[in-house]
Design a protein around this ligand. Structure first.
Ligand code: PLP
Length: 363
């Protein structure tokens, strides 16, 4: 029973069909003959779907191998200078900006806009501000539009890692006011290994990969057409995902009510602020996260301890420590993330497996 949809979610049937259709055809989107033109038509159709999903134009969409590449491209493309990135960013933003100054967050995990405004006033240009849309561990939604407004007023480039937000909450390039945002198909029902960088002024974006001039010179290499077709289909499927997200939010509320009833001592992170409808990040004081994960895994329930690291190694969460969480509480935290296939039965089965752990520690 899978409750780790922030790590990756189940591919939607529409996306499976779109991927399979491309796999059983032949054609390189850069070829000028008929099969090439057919491949290009598939690709441009997907580009339109992605653009429509985030309120952009197709020309603003650059296909990438996912959220990590998109974030790396941004930091590669912007001129050298100070980088201000939120303390709770994903490692795909933190790693390409190793010298970045961290925008602090409150105990609820929301960036300190006053700090950002003050720091921007003292920051030499050119500079970059990066604030994610929603945190992958806690689901906490950031005031991206306000941060982007401050950056714009200061003449500073702004980037938003919208990977966890797209498909779960409305995302609009214009309303966010950022210069660039990233998205990743496998977080909203498309295949893994494909995503997009959406850039307000694509002409200014330097490529990270150079080669055959694909993506109007913004990303070299033959496009991952099956992946792109799946991304486009998933983008269309989540365009009107309001009802789906309401259903998921109701499931999340059922989950949290069950957690509170079973373990009044549990701490659910970020409940006082806006969060994704699908994410619960909960600490069970006194029960190490590894013990929780193992007990749940034995019961056939897959959740995670914050972010899934490629090595499978779980390290202390930089997100929770930026929020000021005590190390033992951070180490007792697990993340449950629901997705489009989740049901009430899944929530109840999680509670059945988790509640005995809570009972053993309740005094
Ligand atoms: N940004 C956030 C917030 C994420 O949660 C993830 C994936 O875990 C990424 C970026 C990386 O995206 P991708 O897996 O497409 O490289």
């Amino acid at each position: 029973m899978y409750l780790d949809h922030n790590a990756t979610t189940t591919v939607r049937p529409e996306a499976v069909d779109a991927v399979c259709a491309v796999l059983s055809a032949t054609g390189n989107p850069s070829s000028v003959h008929g099969p090439g033109r057919a491949a290009r038509a598939v690709m441009e159709d997907a580009r339109e779907a992605v653009a429509a999903l985030v309120g952009a134009t197709p020309a603003q969409v650059v296909f990438t191998s996912g959220g990590t590449e998109a974030a790396n491209q941004v930091f590669h493309a912007v001129p050298a200078g100070p980088r201000l990135v939120s303390a709770v960013e994903h490692s795909c933003v933190l790693a390409p900006a190793p010298d970045a100054e961290k925008i602090p967050v409150t105990g609820d995990g929301v960036i300190d806009l006053d700090w950002l405004e003050r720091r921007l006033a003292q920051t030499p240009r050119p500079a970059v501000v990066a604030v994610m849309l929603a945190n992958n561990e806690t689901g906490v939604i950031q005031p991206v539009a306000e941060a982007a407004r401050l950056a714009r007023a200061a003449g500073v480039f702004s980037f938003c890692d919208a990977v966890q937000g797209v498909g779960k909450v409305a995302v609009e390039l214009g309303a966010l006011g950022v210069d660039a945002l990233s998205l990743s198909a496998h977080k909203f029902g498309g295949p893994q290994g494909v995503g997009a960088l959406v850039v307000r002024d694509a002409a200014q974006m330097r490529p990270l990969l150079v080669g055959g001039g694909q993506e109007r010179g913004k990303r070299g290499g033959t496009q991952n057409l099956p992946g792109i077709a799946g991304l486009g289909a998933a983008a269309r499927a989540v365009r009107d995902a309001g009802a789906e997200q309401e259903r998921i939010a109701a499931l999340r509320n059922r989950l949290e009510a069950g957690i509170r009833a079973a373990a009044p001592q549990a701490v659910i992170w970020g409940t006082a602020v806006a969060r994704l409808p699908n994410t619960t990040c909960v600490a069970l004081p006194g029960v190490d996260q590894q013990r929780q994960l193992m007990a749940l895994d034995l019961a056939g329930v897959a959740v995670s301890a914050g972010s899934a690291c490629s090595s499978g190694k779980v390290t202390a969460s930089h997100v929770l420590s930026a929020m000021g969480a005590a190390p033992d509480l951070a180490g007792a935290t697990v993340r449950i993330s629901l997705g489009w296939p989740s049901t009430e039965a899944d929530v109840d089965r999680f509670l059945d497996a988790w509640t005995p752990l809570a009972r053993r520690t309740a005094s």
